[in-house]
Design a protein around this ligand. Sequence first.
Ligand SMILES: Cc1cc2nc3c(=O)[nH]c(=O)nc-3n(C[C@H](O)[C@H](O)[C@H](O)COP(=O)(O)OP(=O)(O)OC[C@H]3O[C@@H](n4cnc5c(N)ncnc54)[C@H](O)[C@@H]3O)c2cc1C
Length: 480
Amino acid sequence: MSEQVSRRTALKAVGMGVAALAVGAGPGAGVATAARGRLTADDLRTALGGKVLFPGDPDYDAERAGFNTLFQQSPNAIVLAQTPQDVATAVRIGGGTGWPIAVQATGHGICVPADGALLINMREMNGVAVDTAARTARISGGARWSDVLAVAAPAGLLPPVGSTSDVGATGYATGGGVPVLGRTYGFASDRVRSIELVTPDGRLRCLTPQRESDLFWAVRGGGSNFGAVTSFEIDLLPAATVYGGGLVFPAAASAQAYRGYVEWTKTASDRITSVASFIRTPTSQVLRIEVVYVGSATDGAAEIAPLRALNPVSDSVTDVPIAQLDTIFNVPTKPTANLVESGLIGTLDAAGVEVVLNAVGFGAALPSGVAEIRHMGGAFSRPPAAPSAIGNRDAQYLVFLSNTVPQPDAAGSIEQAQQTILTNLAPVLTGRTVPTFLGTVDTSVAAVRSAYTDSDWNRLLSLKHAYDPANRFRINHNIR
Ligand SMILES: Cc1cc2nc3c(=O)[nH]c(=O)nc-3n(C[C@H](O)[C@H](O)[C@H](O)COP(=O)(O)OP(=O)(O)OC[C@H]3O[C@@H](n4cnc5c(N)ncnc54)[C@H](O)[C@@H]3O)c2cc1C
């Protein structure tokens, strides 16, 4: 509450109103400054019913900063949305400014800085309502998976969360979302039942398989290209615990362990999802095979017996209460500058395994970071009950490269190293990826398009033209 009071007090000093925002000129930080004299804070508050920050306001710097500190963004204005109506009003007013509109929840997936934009910061819209009988959750557009877990886990219900619950639920689920239980339950977007979306015309719409079915199809994969999601409803999975953890192999044993692991994936059941992570720090190099099994510890232990026979030097696989799911992958939650890249692998024969080892194994001199190779297939490959823009489902593995950028001048060489890895992996890559793992730097049409099938891309393009002809929602992996 005191934080709210301080923001509202700060707004009084801003001296802006709605009128000039609605008729403002094109993008650029200068526009906000030029508009300030013509607007009043009271008008803004009346129109948006929430909080608006401009460059120079006390909370502006904190609210424009996202998880990925590689991006220092300079939006013209930030709306701290609290209700769906705030979002609708922001989109309508933003529509009159000519500024692009950016939507962010946590900044884990920033790929284009919101410079000169109206940034709708969804962070405060983090409410979650769980229906234990129906096994569903209604999740507000700015909630993290940790917000969902906090309500669902005590009821023995698990959301389709990824390697860290620190990530925003909406950005993840509307980008497909690759859960740690994905081989059992599929992509997170497969489990979405309905979506409330503010489209670029400022209308709040309810999307279901029957209602606005085109948009319901497009948003599950096309994300913020079609507007701002104010909430969505998703299935929860019955599981109080999972059997999961990591098996660690030193660099010297990693190639042999990886060969054995890939062989094991070929007969692994759909109840187990796993990731082989080649992890480099300045002081260590290890292969960590992370597993998550849906079922009893006895059955899970039987399932992973062939992996244990590979002689890991440490083994943390055990019963994990779902509230502690993050302990399996231990992904850091401190904001950092990160570069990511990805690609799908169709299948891996013996020669393909050697291609992977040459590209990301410890024989190669690579920067600190992780090269994950996730096991796909299983329920990932099955079409969802309601079709979505998530295609490319036949791949058996997904490569995800994530490297921390220790200082800005290292970004170029790290990006180059990631491109070299992808080039070396080319013989096994399908040339496609999934939307949540699209790269940080390359937002070209060719790159974005690689997250979709050709026919889905064409359908997305025509829907984008229909719903966002001016491409206002372009601060993202843009469909254009
Ligand atoms: C450490 C780490 C671990 C990850 N692990 C996984 C994983 O296991 N599986 C997986 O699939 N992905 C994973 N990701 C990728 C992650 O799912 C995407 O980056 C996702 O888009 C992040 O969403 P966000 O809201 O947290 O981030 P933001 O940067 O705030 O948003 C990312 C995108 O989502 C859009 N968006 C956010 N909120 C809304 C909204 N309310 N309405 C419309 N659009 C919205 C934004 O416009 C933007 O395009 C991981 C990322 C990181 C950094």
